[in-house]
Design a protein around this ligand. Sequence first.
Ligand code: F6P
Length: 326
Amino acid sequence: MKKDFTKIGVLTSGGDAPGMNAAIRAIVRCAVYRGLEVTGILRGFSGLINGEFEQFDRRSVANIIQKGGTILETSRCNEMFTVEGRHKAIDALKAEHIDGCIIIGGDGSFRGAQALTEESDIAFIGVPGTIDNDIWGSDYTIGFNTAVNTALDAIDRIRDTASAFERIFFVEVMGRKSGFIALTVGLAGGAEQIIIPEIKIDIEDLCRNLTESFKRGKRSSIIVVAEGNQLEDTINIAKYVEMRLKVESRLCTLGHVQRGGSPTATDRILASVLGIAAVEGLLDGKEGTAAGQINGEVVYTPFKDTWEKKKSIDERYLRYIPVLSI
Ligand code: F6P
């Protein structure tokens, strides 16, 4: 059902992702264009609960499209797991006369938005922003493309030193329980192996494959490991392989480097499309959903589906990696 809004709010929540600022910009500009007032809610759900608001106008979001992080700042808010915390959040929105709210974040943020939808008459809509790309309802999430390119740049550099020393390098990438970053970076970076949460691998198979590749003349290897893999901590995998193969190895954990930096054009465009889609979705009565893009089309997916349904990894990539690293 279409709704009339006077004032909407916007917040970023959970792990920041490059492109969140481009999304904030699109939301604020589109809302102003459509005659709405916009309140920026600072520090995610924690700031919402504490009533940390700032009135935004079209100029508030000038010169941010190229910036990493989030000008609104973010948080992981335990209070949102309690009824009291959520009631405080709803009261704060009502006191500010906000009747629609856009949540930019990942699955944890959408769980919060779903709870607030059930417990109030305020309209919530989501924009998927996380480097992990683990949200059902959008082919890609904002920040994923930039994180992949950042990790790729690091792997290209690591390859130089790996080959100079004839070492095996284990490169650990983020992604929580999903292997999208590892798989994409692994294929694009010419990795010899990838270890991801979605696929159970045997460490002896890994050792055998590496031994075979050394027999074929390889002198160095890059193994991309997703932080949430099922096997072991990456340091233990590296130690075991070193002990079994009697070759020198090193571990490089890319960590939060992957979350920073200026967003790529792909992420800025996705953020602009989804930011506008979120405002238009609110006005069109699409509350309780997250705006996403599938095959180039904007779609609205119920919050619950965004975390209950699981996006699968591209099986072709898995098959290509051993072929291309022969
Ligand atoms: O969800 C994004 C993410 O960067 C994950 O890939 C990672 O596991 C986690 O956040 C790290 O969270 P924090 O910044 O709280 O350490």
